[in-house]
Each structure stands twice: as C-alpha cells, then as structure tokens.
Design a protein around this ligand. Sequence first.
Ligand code: NAD
Length: 387
Amino acid sequence: MKQMQRNIQSTPTLPDSATQELLGRTPIPIDMQSIREKMQGKVVLVTGAAGSIGSEICSQIAACAPGALIGFDQAETPIFHLQRGLAKEFPELAFHAEIGSLTRFEDVDRVFNRYHPSIVFHAAGLKHVPLMERHVFATVENNLFGTCIAAEAAAANGAECFIRVSTDKAVLPTSVIGATKRAAELALVAMQKSTGTKFASVRLGNVLGSSGSASTVFAEQIAAGGPLTVTYPAMERYFMTLRESSQVVLYAASVCQGGEIFVPELGTPVKVLDLAEKLIRLLGREPHCEIRIEFTGARPGEKLSEHLSLPQQALTSTKQPEIRTISSAGDLDLYRLRDFRKTLQRAIGLHDRKRVVEFLTQMVPEYIPAPEHLENTAATGASRKTQ
Ligand SMILES: NC(=O)c1ccc[n+]([C@@H]2O[C@H](COP(=O)([O-])OP(=O)(O)OC[C@H]3O[C@@H](n4cnc5c(N)ncnc54)[C@H](O)[C@@H]3O)[C@@H](O)[C@H]2O)c1
C-alpha cells in the first residue's frame, strides 16, 4: 500500500519514521476489523478520490474487499494515477474512475444513478486558506453547495451513510474556507432530519504529508537548501498522519448514527516552528545554521491556533475513547438551509462578495470575516478579480 501511495501522490512524501516523529504522539489505534466488516461486499464511493486523503481512503477501502469502489474527482491525471496504483496493488478490485465536478448536479446525479453506492466518503473540497480568501464564490460553491449536492444524491439513491471530511478550521472560523466547512457541517445536520441516510462530518487536524501541507512544503524547501518559511514562532496546529486521518474517517462510517460531528483527541497542539526544526534534523541538516528559517507573518484568514471543539460543547464518547462526537451540532433547519443556499446562489450570480460573506456570517454566526470582505464590491471589475 505504501508503494501505491507514492505512485498516486504528486507531492514528495516523507519517510514513515519522520512522520511518526513529527507527530509527537502515538496515532489513534483504529480497529480495522469492524471497518472491514462494514465495507466488505459494499459499493463504496469516494469523492475527491484523487486527493491526498481521498486516495488514502481508497487504498484502505480497497484492502477491505468492497463489492466495488468508485473514485469521483474532477482531476483527470491524478485519478489516472490512482487507478493505475490500485490496479497494481489490488488486481481483484472493481474500481471505477469517474470524472466530474460536485458543483454540477448532472455529474453527481449520473454517477450516483449508475452505481447506487451504499457508503459515501466525501473527501473532495477546497482547503488552501490564504489562497481561497481571494476566491469566495468558488469556495462557497465547492465546499457548501458541492457537499449539499453530493449528500442529496446519496440520500436520493438510498445510501446507508455519507461521511464528510471536515476540519478544525470550521471551529470559530476566520476564513472563507473555515466558514464554508462549518456551513457544510450545519447543512448535513439539517439535512439529516429528512432522510434515512446517516450523515456525519469528521473534523481532522492538519494532515502531515498531504498536498500543500506545512510538512510537504518544508520538505521541498529543505531539498532546495532552504530557507523554510514559518508565519510566526507561536503558530501551532494539531497534526495527524495520512493513514490515521483516513482511518478515523472510515471508523466514523462504522459507528455513525446520523447527524454527528466526530472529533478525534489529538493531544497537545504542535508549534509549527518545532515541526520545522524537527524535520530539518530528521533530514540530516542543522536548523538555523545549515537551513535558515524565516518568519513571514500572518497570511489572510489564518489563526495562530485551531480548536477541534469548543470548551462549552458536550462531547459524547464512542467505543474508541480517542474519538468523540459533538452532541448538539447546530440548530439550522432544512427551510433556513434552503433559503441560505438560494440567497447565496443569487449573490454569487450578482458577483456580490460582500453579500455572500454577510449571508455566510448569518449562517455561521461565529464566523469573523476579514474586514475587506465586507467592502462593497457588487458587479464591479474588482469583485471579479478578487472573488
Ligand atoms: N489535508 C489536510 O490537512 C486536511 C485537514 C482537514 C481537512 N481536510 C479536508 O479534506 C479534504 C481533502 O483534503 P486533501 O488534503 O486530500 O486535499 P487535496 O487537494 O489533495 O484533494 C482534494 C481533491 O478533491 C478534488 N475536488 C475538489 N473540488 C472538486 C469538485 N468540485 N468536484 C470533484 N472533485 C473535486 C480535487 O481534484 C482533489 O483531488 C478537503 O476538503 C480539506 O479541506 C484536509
């Protein structure tokens, strides 16, 4: 499986020993037997299958003898590599690569109608915080509307469960990415009330070695002789390994009741500076003298630290003690969700970034947007350049 991951990832991977050392804790041990039992013989669909998390989820599922595995993604070449890697590693697997966009109802409808998956993992999404601060419309369309379209298709086709990959950035969001991730969590909780399909979100920390992650960028910077770029010395994050994060998502499918947000216990957050220094040493160099570290300052939408849940939120245990669920996950109802989707759609149609962000703050009241998002931009050239 390790070899296959190397084949399907476009970014350099870290040695396993390095990943473990960087994590600074033991990964959450997941009982794969119950996951195997859940997946065996089932038709399973993974959105964002060609991405870092999606492709790892695919390879974990492939090892559980599913009836069929469908990888849905809009990225042609990465899914081509995924298909080749899976065919080599799992020659018996019935794998179907499907190209399409989650934001186009017809693409999603076609695939769900064709395969009628029982289990759906929704790992597609946009994730780069500073970049997507400048692309508000695409982020709302992808992370919120895309989730709703996929969840509706799963429910309409009688799927057993629909598990979505969320992030700690959804907690007290200060970015469009974080706000849309929280909005998608709320949307699934609202939609749960009208369907027999079990919807759930799983909040992950930063995944080491995933495309564009801090560790991946640092590894590239070290290979180039430095310098490493860190925003602030105090910046800290929760980290997970790729395998751990995928297994936590699979675990959610094996225990979900519908409407939960799963929250893994990830110990103490790690200072990004410590991670950078450790990685330099692990790759045989000396931080600060051989490889310089530069502090670049805050980037749009980023926070100094993230939280997986709020202190006042009640968490319920699952049979895996390190994974809990948030009990009162939100109070958005289906009618208000429909209204928000319509009004957001209309504001996007008018290229009105300010209104889009205002509606997002109504949907996610704890969202604190960047002040420039609330400047008037409706139907101007500026709004199209910086959406
Ligand atoms: N990597 C992390 O550290 C991390 C942590 C927490 C949560 N997440 C979330 O997990 C998800 C996957 O993360 P990743 O690291 O694998 O990202 P990635 O960029 O490697 O993969 C995302 C995949 O989704 C696909 N995709 C995006 N929009 C699509 C659309 N509209 N239709 C079809 N396919 C689409 C992309 O082509 C890509 O292959 C994201 O939503 C991200 O926010 C990631």
